[in-house]
Design a protein around this ligand. Structure first.
Ligand SMILES: Cc1cc2nc3c(=O)[nH]c(=O)nc-3n(C[C@H](O)[C@H](O)[C@H](O)COP(=O)(O)OP(=O)(O)OC[C@H]3O[C@@H](n4cnc5c(N)ncnc54)[C@H](O)[C@@H]3O)c2cc1C
Length: 395
């Protein structure tokens, strides 16, 4: 499955894409991570702090999967409203999960601060606006739930939004201290740092088959076998067989990056912006003064309409920001997967001991990956994490 089509923006900024050799001999390790996207590289960085011999195999290049297409808006709020999550899994679990996402932003910040090369990681504000009057009440309820449970947020009414932005919306939730990042650069930097800390990484090394015994797991690649005690599948949306059995929804989503812009007139603090419609439009700016806007998701089975959809995204941008006139520099369509309940799949395979999945399905995939790294590290070391039932593969 091609994870993206067109020309994702982030890889165009980077010169050296291959960092690590191909595996050419047989090796053994405590933990094998399959997949070198943002999930696998966060996991590698997490395990590098522990006495575990860790190996990561990537079939292509680090970050070349969905991570290259990822727009890098990292927020604690999920695609699933807190009020809806409370309805579906109960208040205690829902609030705990939201708190894990909030903590994940600080954990990612910490990892970023140790990196020898920065990845355009900034703490920024975010506006979550009501797409219609019909959604205003729901957003107000959401704000009250966030407040009740101690999440810092401000409520903006229509006038407040109009005074800060050049578009209108009935109301919005404004949060601070969220994150924007170049996820592709971040994955590369995390991979390089993990390597410095003792993780062995290999690129252009596909896991072709596996064999599990009671105590050991074996993986075949073109030139060598890997024997491991634990394996983490950080294989993203390509984990098709598994995704199908869990009824995950596969869609196609579209994104454009504009040419650099001089003035962000009508865009308060260059905040992240998203809305309550599903599928939603989402927007951010970049370190080199571009705008990324994404949305207009369709079923994966429908034809890829990259060109016409890109024009619609640009029209939407111009309608929200009439004072910003710009053109498209890059456009890409991508596979996007979400789960039915809006939660990621993180945990041990129901049948095979030592086999774990790290599937951050949903618009918050990168934040979920940080949550996942903590859960899986604890499952490997202690066989327990308090969130393991919330994200379990058995649900
Ligand atoms: C357009 C778009 C925008 C997004 N924006 C955001 C956002 O703003 N914020 C957010 O939090 N999330 C966002 N997401 C979600 C987020 O991108 C993904 O959750 C995340 O990037 C996926 O990372 P990953 O490492 O799980 O997958 P991938 O990046 O796809 O990595 C999986 C890797 O596994 C490798 N692999 C697969 N099979 C094998 C094998 N057999 N052997 C070896 N290697 C293998 C692949 O080559 C690939 O590199 C977005 C997603 C898309 C598509």
């Amino acid at each position: 499955m091609d994870l993206h089509n067109g020309k994702p923006f982030w890889p165009t900024l980077q010169q050296h894409k291959t960092l690590f050799p191909k595996l050419k001999s047989s090796i053994s390790c405590d933990v094998l991570i399959i997949g070198g996207g943002i999930a696998g590289t966060i996991m590698a960085r997490m395990l590098s702090d522990y006495q575990l011999k860790t190996v990561l195999l990537e079939k292509d290049e680090i970050g070349s999967g969905s991570t290259a297409a990822n727009t890098g808006l990292l927020q604690f709020s999920n695609d699933e409203f807190l009020v809806d999550l409370i309805d579906s899994i109960g208040e205690e679990k829902a609030v705990y999960f939201y708190k894990l996402c909030l903590k994940a932003l600080d954990e990612l910040d910490k990892y970023h601060s140790y990196l020898p090369s920065p990845a355009d990681f900034n703490r920024v504000d975010s506006l979550y606006y009501a797409s219609s009057d019909r959604h205003a009440k729901k957003l107000k309820n959401e704000f009250e739930a966030l407040q009740k449970h101690g999440f810092a947020a401000d409520f903006l009414d229509q006038r407040a939004i109009e005074s800060l932005y050049s578009f209108r919306a009935p109301c919005g939730i404004y949060t601070k201290n969220e994150v924007e990042v170049n996820p592709y650069k971040f994955a590369h930097a995390l991979a390089a740092h993990s390597h410095d800390l003792g993780v062995d990484l290999y690129e252009h090394t596909e896991v072709l088959s596996h064999r599990f015994t009671d105590n050991e797991l074996y993986f075949e690649t073109e030139y060598g076998q890997v024997k491991a005690k634990h394996v983490i599948y950080a294989t993203g949306y390509a984990t098709q067989e598994f995704a199908k059995t869990k009824g995950a929804l596969l869609e196609r989503t579209y994104t454009i990056a504009t040419e650099p812009i001089e003035s962000f007139d009508g865009w308060h603090n260059r905040s992240l912006i998203w809305e309550t419609n599903r599928p939603y439009y989402y927007l951010r700016t970049t370190a080199d003064r571009r705008i990324l806007i994404g949305g207009l998701d369709t079923s994966f089975n429908k034809e890829d309409m990259l060109e016409t959809t890109s024009t619609k995204l640009l029209d939407k941008l111009h309608s929200m920001f009439p004072n910003i006139q710009t053109s498209i520099a890059n456009e890409w369509s991508s596979v996007f997967a979400s789960s039915k309940d809006g939660l990621p799949f993180i945990g041990q395979h129901p049948k095979y001991k030592g086999v774990y999945f790290m599937l951050g399905y949903g618009g918050n995939g990168t934040v979920y990956n940080m949550v996942a790294a903590d859960i899986l590290k604890d499952l490997i070391l202690y066989n327990y994490h308090p969130a393991m039932m919330i994200t379990s593969l058995k649900r």
